[in-house]
Design a protein around this ligand. Structure first.
Ligand SMILES: CC(C)(COP(=O)(O)OP(=O)(O)OC[C@H]1O[C@@H](n2cnc3c(N)ncnc32)[C@H](O)[C@@H]1OP(=O)(O)O)[C@@H](O)C(=O)NCCC(=O)NCCS
Length: 441
């Protein structure tokens, strides 16, 4: 295997360990659409769910049952009625609806049992009638009244995987048909889950098929990567013809209610759950509520990862060689970009005297290039320099001049460098000197 392949694999394994450690003991709620449970690849999802469970993540599953309910109602010649995509469930149909909902839940349980997982189907929600909305009586379609968190937590502590059929009962024991999306979101919030996953049969969201506002992060290949709940609501409005917009609405509602991250995945692709969980860029679309990324001072434990990012750039002559000792010695000057606990970039601000500072050691992991990480690091160094009373920034670069010139730097000369730095200037390297006066910002 080529050295670069080995390094890539090692990077991937590191990423997996970093995430596995972070999520152990946390709860993931997974809403699986009915079509995915019926899909030929479902056994693969069941295996991945079992792996997650065995790695110490608490798994809760909410299977949708819409397709199965439709099939059963059709078979018995019962009407199917909807208002705003919500089923109106009549009292007479409830036995059929229960049968369909429990059938899907049983299929999920059976698939997990094949992996020696004790999955349990339970009644952990109290329901109430949805009532009459704008003159429409939803009859036996209900809403989640409350989640019986204690009983559910006990089940999780015993190492079980709870499965929620979309049926809840009110205080008098009458059954109600619940929306599995709402159920999954409410259960995730009640359990203070780390993540909500929605495995659907909708295509992954890409631009330009989907129209998106500016504050949504889109990857180079057009995949709609991540956004905050307000932006998700905007996408819903901008794309009124896309059925997938309902998934965004569910994800946004869950994040507004307190879930950190809700991930929308195309469940027709095998392995999507693991890919989404254990890699930073994932494979789906994410709505997030908290600060997902941060720039923080470098810690000594970051040094090996930073050297990994710098190594190929040093090999290409883009960056000057740096050793572990050197990075540790200058630790206070370095800042790192941290996404979910994994470092993807760094930059240093080395002060020279009281009024000038050098920007150096700026490096972004090539796999995360062009996501604005470099710009964020540079903005932060600018801010720090202003705070420290620095009036002039300079940078020495061989290949990245354009990038700095586009960000407020201008061409300078050796005479712009502090004397101490000028003495160290490497004639052979012949770097360009770029400067930026902070006063004139
Ligand atoms: C330069 C660097 C830090 C940019 O980081 P990044 O997170 O990929 O960049 P951003 O996402 O903030 O910016 C992307 C933009 O910069 C442009 N860009 C990236 N590298 C560039 C370069 N070497 N020269 C000119 N422009 C460049 C991209 O084309 C993109 O342009 P667009 O916004 O018009 O699409 C990164 O490419 C890197 O680590 N380079 C190697 C190390 C280096 O040169 N360090 C600087 C010397 S200290």
């Amino acid at each position: 295997m080529a050295q670069s392949d080995i390094r890539e694999q090692v990077d991937l394994i590191r990423e997996v360990f970093a995430y596995a450690d972070q999520f152990r003991g946390g709860t993931f709620v997974i809403k699986i659409s009915n079509q995915i449970v019926d899909h030929p690849d479902f056994p693969q999802h069941a295996r991945d769910l079992a792996l997650l469970h065995k790695s110490g993540i608490r798994i809760v599953i909410v299977p949708g049952a819409r397709k199965r309910i439709d099939e059963v109602l059709d078979r018995f010649g019962a009407d199917k009625r909807f208002k705003d995509d919500i089923r109106i469930s009549s009292g007479e149909d409830m036995d059929l609806i229960k049968m369909a909902a429990f059938d899907v839940a049983h299929r999920v349980m059976t698939a997990l049992s094949g992996h020696k997982i004790t999955a349990v189907i339970g009644n952990w929600v109290r329901a109430r009638s949805r009532g009459v909305i704008n003159g429409v009586d939803f009859e036996r379609t209900g809403s989640v009244d409350r989640v019986r968190v204690e009983a559910l937590t006990r089940s999780l502590e015993q190492g079980h995987v709870p499965i929620f059929p979309c049926i809840g009962h009110n205080e008098s024991g009458d059954p109600f048909n619940l929306s599995s999306d709402e159920l999954a979101g409410t259960v995730a919030v009640a359990l203070n889950a780390r993540k909500l996953f929605i495995l659907s049969t909708e295509d992954v969201m890409y631009t330009p098929e989907w129209e998106v506002p500016e504050n949504v992060e889109v990857l180079d290949d057009g995949r709609i990567f991540r956004m905050v709940p307000d932006a998700a609501e905007e996408i819903v409005k901008l794309n009124p013809d896309k059925p997938g917009r309902f998934l965004l609405r569910t994800a946004a509602a869950a994040c507004r209610a307190g879930i950190d991250r809700a991930h929308i995945l195309d469940g027709r692709q095998g392995g999507v759950l693991l890919k989404e969980i254990f890699s930073n860029l994932g494979v789906g679309t994410m709505v997030f509520a908290d600060a997902y990324e941060r720039i923080r001072p470098m810690e000594s434990s970051d040094v090996p990862g930073i050297l990994d990012i710098m190594r190929p750039l040093i090999a290409e002559g883009i960056l000057v060689e740096r050793t572990r000792e050197e990075l540790e010695r200058k630790q206070n000057d370095y800042w790192v970009y941290d996404m979910d606990g994994v470092v993807h970039g760094c930059a240093a601000l080395h002060p020279f005297g009281e009024s000038s500072a050098e920007i150096a050691g700026m490096a972004v992991d090539a796999r995360y290039a062009q996501l604005g990480i470099g710009a964020k690091l540079l903005d932060l160094l600018n801010e720090k320099a202003v705070e420290d009373g620095i009036s002039r920034l300079f940078v020495l670069t061989t290949r990245t001049a354009d990038w700095f010139l586009a960000r407020g730097f201008r061409d300078g000369s050796l005479s712009d460098l502090p004397a101490e730095r000028r003495e160290e200037y490497n004639e052979e390297r012949n770097s360009r000197v770029l400067v930026k006066n902070l006063d004139s910002n």
